[in-house]
Design a protein around this ligand. Structure first.
Ligand SMILES: [Zn+2]
Length: 142
């Protein structure tokens, strides 16, 4: 998908849609979420369209996470937060609503009413760790 298409993040990258940009480099752009969960809720987005993390090339992934790393502390300090939750909804089943990879940085405060990543899962497993570990190792090597 190229800029000028219906992808809202490609349109922000292209400058067709305004956004409150907080950082940019040749490969990645970071802007405030239009529906923030907290003050300072930033989205870090690769300029090249990729629907999910599996479609990002290695260089794009490097640049994406370098900017996430660089922004974590300034975002926290800018809004007086004491931590942040950093996450990716990867794929529609996870709740990803814009099919263009984006990393959320959401500032956190003690007792802010939000939970940890663990609280979004009902903890539903059916296989042993050894069984799942073997299956994943085999898939990685495939
Ligand atoms: Zn896009």
């Amino acid at each position: 998908m190229k800029a000028g298409t219906s992808c809202i993040f490609c349109r922000i990258v292209a400058g067709d849609i305004p956004a409150e940009v907080v950082a940019r480099d040749p490969d990645v752009i970071a802007f405030l979420d239009l529906e923030p969960l907290a003050d300072g809720h930033v989205l870090v987005v690769p300029r090249a369209h990729a629907a999910a993390i599996e479609q990002l090339d290695a260089d794009a992934a490097d640049h994406l996470f370098r900017l996430v790393r660089r922004l974590a502390d300034p975002v926290r300090r800018a809004v007086g937060a004491v931590g942040s939750t950093i996450g990716i909804n990867n794929g529609e089943a996870s709740g990803q609503t814009v099919p263009h990879v984006h990393v959320h940085i959401v500032p956190r405060w003690p007792n802010d009413g939000a939970g940890s990543v663990h609280t979004i899962f009902p903890r539903r497993t059916s296989r042993t760790l050894a069984e799942v570990g073997a299956a994943i190792r085999q898939a990685v090597d495939a």
